[in-house]
Design a protein around this ligand. Structure first.
Ligand SMILES: *Cc1c(COP(=O)(O)O)cnc(C)c1O
Length: 377
């Protein structure tokens, strides 16, 4: 059996090496390292793939979130509501811009931001909601958009983990997540569902004016060369990374299908066990693209299971071990532990198993057998 890895980028690369190498070689041959034609081509291809009017490439997913918030003109003191259970980048940029982060609890089933908790957190100062499509699963965008409309709030989707996932609306429409809110942000970090070979990110919007504003912000606030109208940043996707993404974007649907297939196999082997809650998903809907495959371990020693798997050479991880509201950087006297029962529970229960596009059946069988062996001993 091939060595099990949390993310196997090497095996994935081996299958696409010729295409990727050719694509990178073009950049080297033409010396168009910054803003080369590869970047523009990727922008156009991603706009088409997502069905969104504007994609603005940038340097990474954290920048994408920050620039989205800058583009919306959010001002110091504005309150921005986001999930307590996510990667810190989401809340970090809110704080960096001197906006006021308002962390709220999540739902136990889909692990995404709780509607009821958002409602309870809205104040006259609230300006935006940042849902995170955590682990690749679409948040309930219908309810979030309705709530935002009722309170005149912006919606910024953190789509770093869910590129390619669909949200099927109650209104009968289907859209790619990240394109439903006023603006979406994603990351092309190597291990993300669409990863480059370094850092990369992008912002999505259907709003022409916002897209124009953001194109200036990513380029030092310039709308005309050497005229700086607003304070911007330098945040670019470089041409070599765009070349990698041009080679990989046509494979994104296959990659997401491979992740969903692996998830279904894990579920089949593990569902129904008294100590395990498997991630629920509908195989007919593409609403979960499994950036992570995350179990909840109930009434059993999650940490000992983690150690058991590591001892057997099975990499696995706790995403995320500490709620954001408990992090030193984001502590706030307004937060009360009783407001975060689900996040406080999830950090004790979750364990993420190896998940990537190259998982083999015998690896999945070994992983699931090792989990059951521990729980049933
Ligand atoms: C990865 C990630 C980011 C940040 O992306 P980078 O490209 O690493 O800056 C933001 N939010 C979430 C939820 C992520 O998983």
């Amino acid at each position: 059996m091939k060595k099990i890895q949390m993310v196997d980028l090497k095996s994935q690369y081996d299958k696409i090496a010729t295409t990727v190498n050719t694509s990178i070689q073009e950049v080297l041959d033409t010396n168009t390292y910054i803003n080369g034609p590869q970047v523009h081509q990727f922008q156009k291809s991603l706009e088409e793939y997502l069905g969104v009017k504007h994609v603005i490439p940038c340097a990474n997913g954290t920048d994408a979130l920050q620039i989205a918030m800058m583009g919306l003109g959010l001002q110091p003191g504005d309150e921005v509501i986001t999930a307590d259970f996510t990667f810190a980048a989401t809340v970090e940029v809110i704080a960096l811009l001197q906006l006021t982060p308002v962390l709220v609890d999540v739902d136990v089933v889909n692990m995404n931001i709780s509607l009821e908790r958002i409602k309870a957190a809205i104040t006259p100062k609230t300006k935006a909601i940042v849902p995170v499509h955590l682990f690749g699963r679409a948040a309930n965008m219908d309810a979030i958009m309705d709530l935002a409309a009722a309170h005149n709030l912006y919606v910024i989707e953190d789509n770093a983990q869910a590129i390619g996932a669909d949200f099927v609306s109650n209104h009968g429409t289907t859209a790619k997540v990240g394109t439903i809110g006023h603006v979406g942000a994603t990351s092309f970090f190597p291990s993300k569902n669409l990863g480059c070979y370094g850092d990369g990110g992008a912002i999505f919007t259907n709003d022409d004016d916002l897209a124009h504003t953001i194109r200036g912000i990513v380029n030092h606030g310039m709308y005309e060369r050497y005229h700086h109208d607003v304070v911007g940043v330098n945040s670019r996707l470089d041409s070599i990374q765009a070349a990698v993404l041009n080679a990989k974007l046509p494979l994104l649907n296959d990659y997401n299908t491979a992740r969903r297939t692996a998830a279904a196999k894990y579920n089949t082997a593990l569902a129904g066990h008294v100590n395990i809650v498997t991630p629920s998903f509908d195989s007919n809907l593409n609403n979960h693209v499994f950036h992570q495959y995350t179990l909840r371990i109930i009434d059993a020693d999650r940490n000992a299971l983690l150690q058991h798997l590591l001892n057997k050479g099975i990499p696995c991880a706790i995403y995320y071990p500490i709620p954001l509201h408990s992090q030193k950087a984001y502590a706030d006297s307004r937060y009360k532990e009783e407001d975060f029962p689900v996040t406080n529970q999830l950090v004790q229960e979750v364990i993420s198993l190896p998940m990537h596009t190259e998982l083999e059946d015998e690896q999945i069988e070994f992983i699931t057998a090792s989990i059951l062996e521990f729980l049933d001993k």
